[in-house]
Design a protein around this ligand. Structure first.
Ligand code: C2E
Ligand code: MG
Ligand code: MG
Length: 685
């Protein structure tokens, strides 16, 4: 039976239009049943109750009530009941009172068995009685004169039965769909349209069996149960196909809609909103730091966490809204009708609040936070693709500004808009392989030989040309793309290291690690697996960690740094001199190289005070058993000054700019000599 109050048995609030509607329908249905029983005569009903026919049919109706045939939109709770052939047969043979009473009894029993709330069962009974009433009315009007009881229609009378069937279907449909439309606050015609063909077909098949049941009843009541066989076949195949359709459109883990269904529903909502000049909202929600939970506590715990998140999200939206999981820890919520931006914000806030309460799993409490980006149709985008991209951009702003919820705003700031739309493209860039590593040599100041390389990332943007890291690495850091980014950097650099080492260039190649990467507790595993996969020994790799990270996040990143050092890779402190870091704090950390920031280098040449500071810093570096490397060396004079101050090596355009991977071997050959083990004679830096 189609159900108006959806799967949750929460009745509507008293006094709302939906409540009034459900209450008045229930009262009308029950009144109609009472009156028809009264007119028919209770005595006649009692007489009928002594015959096995009523009891056999009642059993079939109860079983049928428990096994409704689902359609994709209604689900099994709202499907067409396989009791229909039997109850409708009673209606044809004995009229409304008998069919109504049997149906009412069956609905109560099935309602109890399925745990339905009483108000829901009462509405279902009324719904049946009114729909049967409609059919009964057609039968009476179109068959003038008294008909025998039980009536077995024949010849042209079957046409009347067909019309009665149509009356039942239409009355039932309108009764339920009005309630659903009010419940979901959607216009009636959009609700009516859902699965209409399929519902017509299923109800048509079930109702067409009714006259056959009537004939069987007239012969022998014991023929009636035989109808269960074709019904079981129909039920099984329908259930299977709905299950398949469900699988294709839903996420297996959480049972939420998947991207495919989200696209379809959004497109439907957009078409609808265009006609009615209304707004559609698309919310994109990303859990903050979920990956850390997943990686530290394992996937099964992560999965259960996602299921809890899915449940909480589903319970925070209105009926008619759609919650989808797009993969990983990314969710989307479609609001097919949203009044304005403020209402969309309200929903977004509600979603965040629903996740704010700690989640208890395996006896531990997890705090999950989420960032939500909102985009509205038609304000921000005309179609799904763009809506999604805009919501993504807004979500990124929410993450970056740590505001939790952001509405897409195209004109806030031109610069940031350009940057933000870039973020939308970053995801694609990673998939399409638009990121490329360049390699800048580090050169010994004593003999001008190459002693190392630093891998520096670039984005070959199809329209905007080659973009430097500062235009996108901070974005990567703030987003869920961090892991894929690290993976990409490693997967490009490690094979190159293997290749150069095979060519005889045994100098370490450094990659840069941002704070976010270092906060990932699985980083050492990722690095170890990468080294193994590409057959690179740990001495071949060096990791550069910025001084800023050491100042801001020392405690959080130290375990990761120690674990990385345990692998045998060497560490380098990058950008020294930009923060207020004291080298003494490095004690205990296996750092081999200090890279003196370009700004510091420049100052040391320009003013005498700067020179003293750098000189003492370089001195201290040596005392602590580390080596100093000057960054951003652009002239011979600076290179010479840095050498005089005691720096071991330098890096900068004076020696070589960041080189494309293919140019590196040639450059090294000119500046190192093949087969030369740079580490030994000229000293590793
Ligand atoms: P960094 O690690 O300090 O890199 C050195 C920067 O100095 C590079 O900028 C390099 O191109 C630049 N440089 C080279 N020669 C000269 C010179 O003669 N003068 C001056 N003024 N600068 C010079 P780039 O490539 O733009 O990288 C900027 C920063 O982006 C890097 O600073 C690093 O922190 C970050 N970065 C680069 N690649 C990656 C990466 O793959 N992953 C992560 N997490 N960060 C990266
Ligand atoms: Mg660096
Ligand atoms: Mg640096």
């Amino acid at each position: 039976m189609l159900d108006a109050t959806s799967t949750r048995d929460l009745g509507p609030r008293i006094g709302t239009p939906l409540w009034l509607y459900l209450a008045s329908t229930t009262v009308a249905g029950c009144a109609l049943l009472g009156v028809s029983v009264y007119v028919f005569g209770v005595g006649r009903l009692e007489q009928l109750a002594r015959e096995p026919l009523v009891w056999v049919t009642l059993c079939m109706v109860i079983l049928g009530e428990l096994r409704p045939i689902a359609t994709p939109h209604t689900g099994s709770e709202g499907g067409a009941p396989t009791s229909l052939p039997f109850s409708f047969a009673l209606l044809i043979s004995y009229g409304l009172p008998v069919a109504g009473v049997v149906q009412a009894v069956a609905t109560v029993i099935a309602g109890i068995a399925r745990g339905h709330a009483p108000h829901r069962t009462a509405f279902n009974i009324a719904q049946y009685v009114l729909a049967f009433g409609g059919a009964d009315f057609v039968l009476r009007v179109l068959t003038p004169g008294p008909v025998p009881v039980p009536w077995v229609p024949q010849g042209p009378e079957l046409l009347v039965v067909a019309l009665a069937t149509a009356a039942y279907f239409i009355t039932n449909l309108v009764l339920v769909e009005c309630a659903i439309a009010m419940h979901e606050r959607a216009p009636l015609h959009t609700v009516l349209g859902k699965d209409l063909g399929q519902r017509l077909f299923v109800n048509g098949v079930l109702l067409s069996l009714a006259p056959l049941v009537v004939v069987a009843m007239a012969h022998s009541v014991w023929l009636v149960p035989l109808f269960s066989l074709p019904l079981v076949a129909l039920y099984t195949s329908a259930t299977l196909s709905v299950k398949r359709e469900h699988q294709a459109n839903h996420d297996e883990l959480t049972g939420l809609a998947n991207r495919k269904l989200l696209i379809v529903r959004t497109q439907e909502a957009l078409a609808d909103a265009e006609q009615r000049k209304q707004r559609v909202g698309l919310l994109l929600l990303d859990l903050d730091r979920f990956k850390e939970v997943n990686d530290t506590l394992g996937h099964p715990t992560g999965d259960r966490l996602l299921q809890t998140v899915a449940r909480r999200l589903t319970h925070s939206v209105r009926p008619g809204d759609l919650v989808a999981r797009l993969g990983g820890d990314e969710f989307a919520v479609l609001l097919p009708q949203v009044r304005d931006a403020a209402s969309a914000r309200e929903v977004a806030t509600r979603l965040r609040v629903s996740l704010a309460e700690p989640m208890r799993l395996d006896g531990m409490d997890f705090d999950i936070e989420a960032s939500v980006g909102i985009a509205l149709y038609p304000n921000h985008a005309p179609d799904f693709e763009l809506l999604m991209q805009r919501a993504d951009v807004a979500m990124y702003v929410a993450k970056e500004r740590r505001t939790g919820v952001e509405l897409y705003a195209p004109h806030k700031d031109r610069n940031s808009t350009a940057r933000l739309s870039l973020f939308g493209e970053l995801r694609r860039a990673l998939v399409e392989g638009e990121l490329e590593m360049f390699y800048q040599p580090k050169v010994s100041l004593a003999d001008r030989r190459a002693v190392g390389l630093e891998a520096l990332v670039r984005w070959r943007h199809p329209q905007r040309g080659v973009l430097p890291p500062e235009e996108f690495v901070p974005m990567v850091e703030q987003s869920y793309l961090m892991r894929s980014f690290t993976h990409e950097v490693m997967e490009q650099t490690l094979p190159r290291i293997a290749h150069w080492r095979a060519e005889g260039f045994h100098i370490p190649v450094a990659i840069n690690l941002s704070a976010r990467e270092l906060l990932d507790p699985t980083l050492p595993d990722i690095v170890a697996a990468g080294l193994r996969r590409h057959g690179v020994s740990p001495e071949g790799l060096r990791l550069e960690i910025s001084e800023r990270v050491m100042v801001a996040e020392a405690d959080a990143v130290t375990p990761t740094i120690l674990a990385l050092a345990d692998l045998g890779v060497s560490l380098s402190l990058d950008d020294f001199g930009t923060g207020y870091f004291t080298l003494a704090r490095l004690k205990g950390l296996p750092v081999e190289e200090i890279k003196i920031d370009e700004s510091f280098v420049r100052r040391s040449v320009a003013d005498p005070d700067g020179r003293v500071i750098v000189e003492s810093a370089v001195d201290l570096v040596g005392t602590l058993g580390m080596r100093a490397v000057a960054e951003g060396v652009e002239t011979e004079a600076v290179a010479e000054a840095m050498r005089a101050m005691g720096c071991h090596a330098a890096q900068g355009r004076f020696f070589a700019p960041p080189l494309e991977a293919a140019e590196v071997s040639g450059w090294l050959l000119r500046n190192l000599g093949r087969g030369r083990r740079a580490e030994e004679p000229s000293g590793t830096v």
